[in-house]
Design a protein around this ligand. Structure first.
Ligand code: SF4
Length: 905
């Protein structure tokens, strides 16, 4: 293949002697894909800042990205391969996995094995896993946790455009007149994009932002309009918008005629959705709907920004489609400031989509159920076989493990026991599975508890390859340090197992070889059929690959520098080259509330945590903002349930149970509640929200309905509550516990059904420490302190309610080398010094609490900038800015407009 463009067009300047310590990489977390500059000295990462020249973030990082270096210690790292809990050599582990997979395939057929992979994998890892399963084993049984993230968006793009292509770029968010954010709390989930939007709105005050969500989230701080619709009714909202456009001159007839098909049937279906009908169905006011519909109709440009709130639904594909329909009908697509913009959750969800990480696709955007495409990929790979039908999608894959149809599973870089719905079903399936192989960087998590074989994989900072972000931008994730212990890169582990299974086609020496083969496949007999064409990168040398600068696909002869805006000519990848309207009949969630389960359960992310907390849970910097998996509940519901802030509550669902603390929150709708997704058995005894969802999926995408569960709530009372603060590991025996990281060690909130008879003995057994033990009993309260050489090592407060202690004061006390007698007295009385009393942490970067901020507002700080000037809060990563704005609003009692005059109550 000839070189189409000079490699120098895409590469960064070579690292020279004068810049030996700067490694440019990308963030490990969300789909924004921020560039990061890592300073390295003596083989160690010493500093980290946002890359000023990366087009995703231009130097910005959110609080999670900024704290990446605080999460890289070797605690809980898996460093050596294990079989049945015994450490083994790589040779033994590789042979064992290869032999077991080969035996099972021989005995039970190729569909008796499966891979369950992850949006955390790099594109090269993903590509080889897919190649092994589909081209060499010959099964479609490879699926990914990205199924839970954006597979509904993928299916809708494919239906509408003929290919899974995101037709937007981040600059559209800044160039638009109107931004609709729906099913997304971007302020917390994609903070750097939120900050770009915030800045764009400052520069252009005429820009309007509308938030459509059942919860009034931090994202609403930017909103001109907020539509607090009933959970799961988004399809009707957008059908109503389409109908409104048709009735109010909002259609682009030329665009519809020239570039689309299926409009009439689609409009016919939408025509029943008058504003009055939508208002009743979505439980919002006619006035607010009209205002938002008018904005869309009259704006010259509009972007709809959507995420898991839309996708994680039993009708997620249709919801995405209803959004796309509005953009096609109004011609607000494929031009500046326009388009339906699905934002991915994970750092490389998009890369997985490119290389066939989903069970219903082949690599390079080729179709698994198309014999011509099967033949094309097989000829390119020269592989012995090829998957000829779709494999099992995530939920179905674990159902097949449970039924015994799948007998061996290899799980890579993901924790399905925590993240898939119906936890008990997943654990039962893994218990039964003949062979569970897990490649991960951690030694223990809820899924590794079921692993027969553990394979140590490299994590971020050690990994090396590429990722693609939400706007189709490929960036290098470079390794800044060498692999720890015996850890290997995922692509190397897969290569070695494939070779041990006797397959050729895996003789890759360097990660750049894998990238080169993948890019060549995108170009192979493409002939302009697929936009995913990376022919312009397919001849990069190893050196050029390692210096590759961020670039948006397609990259080919037509777009040698990459392409930000696709479909500008109105030519789509369907057979007719026209975009397809698809009629949508809105469906309510399948999990419905009832007399037995009267509350609707929503779930999502917290600002400072990521997925199952294996990294973000490690640092006190990220735990202080929210240290437990609260159930957020409307004040009316709290009153009816007779619970108050911090009370315990039991959440029962058809599939399982959780127990957690209550947070009263008037930003919920009455009858709806919210719980975060992150907590699991490593951090909480009863905090896994996925256990409460049934495994109900969208029939097209297979994405699970994880936003609308049905639960029953009841107050939970324990007899004794203990707050444990420890500098060392504990051996805990308790009916309930939740753990968070502190600067001095760990904090446990513990609850017991039976009060302990001997608090001192309980503390000594729990801590396993010897030292100077002091106790003070006052009625039902008991305070226990353990000092080692005058320094505080362990502290436990026992009470009949949750003991409250000021965290900042404890940080100070734990850091003091020799405690003064007065401080020990204060500890034993549980009285913290007032000077440390700053309330719940809001700004993680500068550790500024709510009370301190409120005081400053009271003293005249009436803007986020003014607070920043006085207290520094919000001046580094900016993740807390929406909360600062909210505190100012609360203080000034001038909230944004919220719908209260419901059409239906
Ligand atoms: Fe990482 Fe935050 Fe950027 Fe997402 S927004 S990529 S979490 S720094």
């Amino acid at each position: 293949m000839s070189r189409l463009i000079p490699a120098s067009a895409h590469v960064l300047p070579a690292v020279t002697e004068s810049t030996p310590s700067l490694i440019q990489s990308t963030c490990a977390y969300c789909g924004v894909g921020c560039g990061i500059d890592i300073g390295v000295a003596d083989g160690k990462a010493m500093s980290l800042v946002g890359s000023v020249d990366h087009p995703a973030n231009y130097g910005r990082l959110c609080v999670k990205g900024s704290n990446l270096l605080n999460t890289i210690d070797l605690t809980n790292r898996l460093l050596v391969p294990e079989i049945s809990g015994e450490q083994v050599s790589w040779q033994q582990a590789t042979d064992h996995v290869a032999n077991k997979f080969s035996d099972i395939i021989k005995k039970h057929g190729k569909d008796a094995v499966a891979f369950y992979v992850s949006g955390q994998l790099l594109t090269e890892d993903y590509y080889l896993a897919n190649k092994l399963m589909k081209g060499y084993i010959g099964s479609g049984n490879i699926d990914t946790n990205s199924r839970l993230c954006m597979s509904s968006a993928v299916s809708a793009y494919k239906r509408a455009f003929g290919e899974d292509v995101v037709p937007c770029t981040y600059e559209d968010l800044e160039q638009t007149e109107l931004l609709l954010l729906t099913g997304s709390n971007a302020a917390w989930t994609h903070p750097v994009l939120y900050q770009r939007i915030e800045r764009a709105k400052k520069i252009n005050p005429l820009m309007k932002v509308v938030v459509i969500d059942p919860r009034k989230t931090a994202t609403c701080e930017l909103a001109d309009n907020f539509v607090q619709l009933k959970a799961g009714t988004d399809g009707a909202f957008f059908n109503g918008l389409l109908n409104y456009l048709a009735e109010n001159g909002g259609l682009d007839a030329d665009y519809i005629d020239e570039f689309t098909e299926g409009f009439e049937e689609t409009l016919k279906e939408a025509a029943i959705w008058s504003i009055a009908n939508v208002a009743e169905y979505c439980q919002v006011s006619v006035a607010e709907l009209t205002a938002v519909y008018q904005l869309f109709c009259q704006s010259k440009s509009a972007v709809t920004f959507y995420s898991m709130g839309i996708n994680q639904s039993s009708s997620g594909v249709d919801k995405c489609q209803s959004i796309i329909n509005c953009h096609l009908a109004s011609g607000k697509i494929a031009k500046a400031g326009c388009g339906p913009f699905s934002i991915t959750g994970q750092p490389n969800a998009m890369g997985g989509r490119e290389v066939g990480g989903l069970a219903n696709q082949l690599a390079a955007h080729l179709d698994i159920d198309n014999p011509i495409h099967q033949d094309k990929v097989q000829r390119f790979w020269q592989s012995p076989t090829m998957a000829s039908k779709q494999g099992a999608k995530a939920v179905e894959l674990f159902d097949k493990i449970a039924s015994g149809e799948i007998k061996a599973v290899w799980i890579m870089a993901t924790n399905p026991v925590v993240s898939l719905p119906d936890r008990d079903k997943i654990t039962a399936a893994l218990k039964k599975c003949e062979l569970v192989v897990v490649s991960d960087c951690v030694e223990q998590n809820d899924t590794l508890a079921f692993a027969d074989v553990k394979l140590p994989a490299t994590p971020w900072l050690e990994k090396n390859g590429t990722v693609t972000n939400s706007e189709r931008r490929i960036s290098r994730q470079r390794n800044a340090v060498s692999p720890a212990g015996q850890a290997k890169h995922d692509w190397q582990i897969i290569r070695d197992v494939a070779q041990a299974m006797g397959f050729d086609g895996f003789d890759f020496e360097d990660v750049s070889d894998v990238f080169k083969e993948y890019t060549q496949l995108t170009a192979f007999e493409n002939n302009g059929e697929r936009l995913l064409d990376l022919s312009g990168l397919s001849q990069l040398t190893e050196q050029e690959y390692h210096q590759l600068a961020p670039i948006q696909w397609p990259v080919n002869e037509q777009y040698p520098q990459g392409c930000a805006r696709v479909y500008a000519e109105g030519k789509f990848n369907t057979q007719s080259t026209k975009a397809q309207f698809i009629a949508v009949s809105p469906q309510l969630p399948i999990q419905r509330t009832s007399a037995e389960f009267p509350f609707l359960l929503n779930s999502g992310r917290m600002r400072d945590q990521w997925h199952t907390m294996t990294r973000t849970g490690k640092t006190s910097k990220l735990s202080a903002h929210t240290d437990k998996p609260y159930l957020y509940l409307h004040p009316k519901d709290a009153k009816d349930l007779a619970v108050q802030d911090n009370d315990m509550i039991t959440i029962n669902a058809k599939t399982g149970q959780a127990i957690t603390h209550v947070k009263i929150d008037n930003q919920q709708r009455v009858g709806e509640c919210f719980m975060p997704i992150h907590w699991n058995k490593s951090y909480a005894s009863h905090g896994n929200v996925s256990a409460l969802y049934q495994s109900i999926v969208d029939p097209i995408s297979g994405q699970a309905e994880c936003k609308q569960g049905a639960v029953a709530l009841s107050k939970k009372i324990y007899q004794q509550y203990v707050s444990v603060h420890t500098t060392s590991d504990v051996n805990l025996s308790a009916d309930f516990w939740v753990k968070s990281a502190a600067i001095y060690g760990d904090v446990y909130q513990v609850a017991l059904h039976q009060p302990t008879n001997d608090a001192l003995l309980w503390s000594q057994k729990t801590s396993g420490l010897s030292g100077e033990w002091l106790t003070f009993q006052q009625g039902e309260q008991c305070y226990i302190v353990c000092l080692q050489a005058g320094k505080l090592a362990f502290l436990a407060y026992f009470s009949s309610g949750w003991p409250e202690i000021e965290p900042s004061w404890l940080e100070h006390v734990f850091s003091t080398e020799t405690l003064a007698f007065a401080t020990i007295q204060s500890l034993l009385l549980g009285i913290s010094s007032e000077e440390f009393n700053q309330g719940k942490q809001v700004c993680s970067c500068f550790n500024v609490g709510e009370k301190t901020i409120n005081k400053a507002i009271g003293q005249g700080c009436s803007s986020v900038d003014a607070l920043g000037e006085k207290l520094q809060c919000g001046t580094k990563c900016g993740s807390c800015k929406p909360e600062l704005a909210s505190l100012i609003n609360q203080y000034q009692a001038a909230p944004i407009a919220v719908i209260t005059d419901l059409a239906v109550s």
